[in-house]
Design a protein around this ligand. Structure first.
Ligand code: TRP
Length: 331
């Protein structure tokens, strides 16, 4: 039997090519080797997103984005966390085995407290219980589906360790393997995509290249990549050019070698280099953008896909909860 992988997707709007190359593409590769499951962590998002219109549309944008990028709902299980009530039942059960001290040590919570202390405000200011107990809900997401591997970035490793700690405490208490112990699949080499200004591509830096923007917007954005002031005829170094770095994401080795030679020969200005980048980017993104637009144009059909995913997920979830309830004496 194949091992099970689980990918949790926090709904953030306006997906950009950093999300695509850094997270979406490598996560979709998992379906080749694992019994892969993907879900949208919409209740996690509620901790920070209190605007209903925004949250509702972000959930759909992210779901449509993953489908457009190639997630095949026939081959994997794709659902919304909020469609699986067992997640919340399991969360409550896990709470009984989670020490408060463990939550006190969570990086995100500690950082929020530290920020308050530096500002001289109440240490609890702006911290809701959703943030404080975030790792327990995440542990429930993972444990519920008997996950073997959870691919995460470095910042999420602590959360996986906490899920392990909690599951181990439960198995130790009942003297049998009630819950599967997950492991982190750290995405060491997933590309860190740099943005228009050469810093890590991030919404908070405002340096992103959007994934599904109309062609015109894509072109306009690419024209904003920062360059030096070398003149057209000067030879240019591809390896220090942000334009070339981005071009590499969308091209094969042969194309890269050919374009690098043109950089080095001189006679090609930055405008033309950007034009080449746009062509390569649009070649890969245009079909995805078309799929995205088609999915977003039929939200009921999208919701149906997610509902069907939830129907596949729920029996698995129910089995885990029942196993735990039985072990606990609540059956
Ligand atoms: N915390 C993850 C993030 O910020 C999202 C997430 C929620 C998750 N539940 C999960 C990831 C379960 C993996 C498994 O990206």
């Amino acid at each position: 039997m194949k091992e099970i992988s689980l990918t949790g997707i926090k709904p953030t709007g306006d997906l950009h090519i950093g999300n695509y190359f850094g997270a979406i593409k490598p996560a979709l590769e998992l379906a080749k080797t694992y019994d892969a499951r993907y879900f949208i962590a919409d209740y996690h998002a509620l901790n920070t997103m209190k605007n209903p219109v925004e949250l509702n549309s972000t959930i759909r944008q992210v779901a449509a984005g993953w489908l457009a990028a190639g997630l095949d709902p026939e081959k994997v299980i794709f659902y919304r966390q909020s469609s699986i009530p067992e997640v919340f039942e399991l969360t409550t059960m896990l709470m009984a085995f989670t020490s408060k001290g463990l939550m006190n040590r969570a990086h995100a919570y500690k950082a929020a407290v530290q920020e308050n202390n530096e500002r001289g405000t109440d240490p609890d200011a702006g911290i809701n219980m959703g943030l404080f107990t975030y790792p327990v809900l995440m542990a429930a997401d993972i444990i519920l589906f008997d996950s073997d591997v959870v691919p995460v970035g470095r910042d999420q490793v602590q959360h996986i360790e906490m899920a392990q700690d909690i599951a181990q405490a439960i198995n130790a208490n009942y003297g049998k393997p009630v819950l599967k112990i997950p492991r982190a699949g750290v995405q060491e080499y997933s590309a860190v995509v740099t943005g228009l200004d050469g810093r890590k591509m991030s919404k908070s830096y405002g340096n992103t290249i959007p994934l599904f923007a109309p062609e015109k917007t894509l072109r306009k954005t690419i024209m904003q990549v920062v360059t030096n002031s070398q003149a057209v005829e000067e030879p240019k170094d591809p390896d220090t050019s942000q334009i070339f770095l981005l071009y590499k994401l969308f091209s094969d080795a042969e194309e890269q070698a050919a374009l690098a030679a043109r950089y080095r020969a001189g006679g090609m200005g930055w405008g033309e280099a950007k034009e080449e980048l746009f062509r390569a980017a649009n070649r890969e993104l245009a079909p995805m953008r078309e799929r995205y637009d088609a999915i977003m144009a039929d939200i009921p059909a999208l919701d149906k896909i997610l509902e069907q995913g939830a129907e596949k997920a729920r029996p698995i979830a129910a089995a885990t909860v029942n196993r735990f309830r039985k072990a606990a004496g609540i059956d």
